[in-house]
Design a protein around this ligand. Structure first.
Ligand SMILES: [Zn+2]
Ligand SMILES: [Zn+2]
Length: 238
């Protein structure tokens, strides 16, 4: 009887994989099939100990981090996927097509990365990289915040939403050169609740780290406000 009901239900409300479109079992909580998940380009193997970028040749730091230890203001950054192929498509759907329900499935690999690196355990609380107010208004939600909530739910670390804000309108980053980006974004964040930040270890969550400049600027702002350590965990990186 139950199976019969499920069959009817899946005919009326079919659930399909958001990546390949294949049917998922009736009432499935998952929205991306296991085959697709397995094929997403995970970051595995050797990485830079600071910024987490892949280092196929080995070594402790990448060229950028080796050249200037203070290039990035965060203590350590890790990402679950390389921003390419299917995961890129998936993130764009998540970001621009209201597929907010994908945050649970997409954050799963982030949790694995979180558990793999013991330093993340030092986290006192989690915050999301704030999105620009007008762009969020247009889109209706901040996808980094959805990921932060999902990571909070699975790690038990609280997610605070009244800490870090964007100050002024920053031009869309992708239109600018690397130097212009840094200038555009520098000083564009501020901390509202300094008392909550003082001497705390903070985990910053974002969807994509393109140059790590945004994450670094947020970390700089948080440290200026008194934060002890800032770790970064992103879904994907370029
Ligand atoms: Zn699939
Ligand atoms: Zn590095």
């Amino acid at each position: 009887m139950k199976n019969f009901f499920l069959k009817i239900l899946s005919l009326v409300f079919p659930i399909t994989c958001s990546s390949c479109g294949k049917d998922l079992p009736p009432l499935s909580k998952e929205r991306i099939c296991s085959g697709c998940r397995e094929n997403f380009p995970k970051i595995e193997g050797l990485i830079c100990s600071k910024c987490g970028c892949p280092l196929p040749e080995g070594g402790q730091f990448c060229i950028v981090c080796r050249k200037n230890k203070k290039e990035f203001a965060f203590d350590k950054m890790r990402s679950a996927f390389l921003y390419e192929d299917k995961i890129r498509e998936m993130i764009l759907k998540f970001k621009y097509y209201n597929r907010t329900f994908l945050s649970a499935d997409l954050s799963e690999e982030m949790i694995k990365v979180y558990e793999k690196h013991p330093f993340f355990q030092q986290t006192d609380f989690i915050i999301a990289v704030p999105s620009n107010f007008f762009r969020r208004f247009k889109r209706g939600y901040n996808q980094a915040l959805l990921l932060a909530r999902a990571v909070s739910l699975k790690t038990g670390k609280p997610s605070l939403e009244n800490i870090l804000f964007r100050k002024k309108l920053t031009k869309a980053q992708f239109k600018l050169s690397k130097k212009q980006r840094a200038k555009n974004i520098d000083g564009s964040f501020y901390v509202k609740n300094k008392k909550a930040v003082e001497k705390k270890n903070i985990l910053l969550i974002d969807d994509i780290a393109t140059t790590a400049i945004t994450a670094s600027t947020c970390a700089k702002t948080l440290k200026k406000a008194g934060a002890k350590k800032v770790f970064v965990l992103t879904l994907a990186r370029d």
